[in-house]
Design a protein around this ligand. Structure first.
Ligand code: P1T
Length: 386
């Protein structure tokens, strides 16, 4: 099956067996527990809803299929997925090499692991292979990547990094939230594990917070499954239903996000009040060639630097009518935010500036509205700001 077909059917095949009802949409199994005939074993495989739930199972199957993975696991948030992953793969004294431009919540989690469990982290500009290579130590267990990164849209070469990691027995995790499996398949490029905030494009409608892990290594999957139940940060049945429903239109949504973002990136690049646009679909992106090689599209997020300071940023953002000033991304509605005071405020100003997150940086999640309306909205806001 091709991507669009899997996105609609996997995990939701109608049950036409004796006793099955033939629903074409999976029921939301709200029951917190499942009765059994015999004491020793569950009658239909289900015992307690944290351990396993039919609606969540359907979603987990579909999530795996999207990434061409053997296994999928769904969590109550992207951060919950990351927490379970980190607690499963890392022990105190281990070392992790991570991209320095990451969602700041991921940095916050890593700081806890460092403080409380003595896991060591080295943050590198993973755009350059040699930085990753030289950061590796004898106790390095994991390389943690985001590509494109949040919020600067930097890329790293998943295949090349995975080759180095494999030689040294190090696992590679890729946060594929920005690209989605529609545009990028990290496992095919050699990574071991993919993690997602399903809150974003995968659900796509800004009405569910969730996370996912996809992988094909059975041994690691068994540990993750055990810890998913042990830690308990599972996705609810209702959210599982919402995400299953959202995924059905993932392919068609991503095409339109990509088209609209490309048009907005081009518009911004030609605007006299814009200093720089970060979007991997632009020829001016320093890693445009890598983007074309490892992605089949460039997705719907971009960031840009306005030609002004915090005063102009505020005037620009607060005069938008269609874009909402809000954290998050990947929904059908366009969102806009100021990383320095919002999503990346956790980092110190020095840390932000070292990576390239200036006070003039604005991040845009381009939605599915008519792009002419979006450009007109931006145009008006520029007029108010300057
Ligand atoms: O918000 P949550 O579902 O817990 O996902 C965390 C997360 C993980 N990875 C990436 C790349 C992310 O962007 C996020 C969440 N990001 C935002 C809320 C944001 O506005 O950037």
């Amino acid at each position: 099956m091709k991507f669009e077909t899997k996105a609609i059917h996997i995990g939701e095949e109608p049950n036409l067996e004796e006793g099955g009802t033939g629903d074409v949409v999976i029921p939301i199994h709200l029951s917190s527990t499942f009765a059994r005939k015999e004491v020793e074993k569950p009658t239909r495989g289900y015992e307690y809803s944290r351990t396993g739930n039919p609606t969540r199972d359907a979603l987990e199957k579909r999530l795996a299929a999207l990434e061409d993975a053997q296994f999928g696991l769904a969590f109550s948030s992207g951060m919950a997925a990351e927490t379970v992953l980190a607690l499963t793969l890392l022990n105190s004294g281990d070392h992790v090499v991570a991209f320095d431009d990451l969602y700041a919540g991921t940095r916050r989690l890593f700081d806890i692991l460092n403080r409380n469990f003595k896991v060591e982290f080295t943050y590198v500009d993973a755009r350059y292979l040699e930085n990753v290579e030289t950061a590796i130590k004898p106790n390095t267990k994991l390389i943690w990547l985001e590509t494109p990164t949040n919020p600067l849209m930097k890329l790293c070469d998943i295949r090349a990094i995975s080759e180095i990691a494999k030689e040294k027995g190090i696992l590679v995790v890729v946060d594929n939230t920005f690209a989605t499996p529609y545009f990028q398949k990290p496992l095919k490029l050699g990574a071991d594990i993919v993690v997602h905030s399903t809150t974003k494009f995968i659900n796509g409608h800004s009405d569910s917070v969730g996370g996912a892990i996809m992988l094909s290594n059975e041994e690691i999957y068994a540990k993750l499954k055990f810890n998913q139940n042990a830690i308990g940060a599972i996705l609810s049945p209702f959210d599982s239903y919402l995400v299953l429903r959202g995924i059905k239109t993932l392919a068609i949504r991503m095409e339109k996000h990509n088209d609209n973002a490309m048009k907005i990136a081009t518009y911004l690049e030609s605007h006299s009040r814009v200093k720089k646009v970060n979007y991997p679909g632009l020829k001016s992106h320093p890693q445009y060639e890598l983007a074309r090689k490892q992605m089949s599209g460039f997705s719907g997020v971009l960031s840009f630097e306005i030609d002004g300071g915090i005063r102009e940023v505020k005037r620009f953002l607060e005069n938008l009518k269609i874009f909402s000033i809000a954290e998050s991304l990947g929904g059908v509605e366009s969102l806009i935010e100021h990383p320095a005071t919002m999503t990346h405020a956790y980092l110190s100003k020095d840390e932000r500036e070292k990576i390239g997150i200036t006070d003039s940086l604005i991040r845009v999640s381009v939605g599915l509205e008519n792009v002419d309306d979006l450009i007109e909205d931006l145009d008006n806001a520029f007029k108010h700001a300057f």
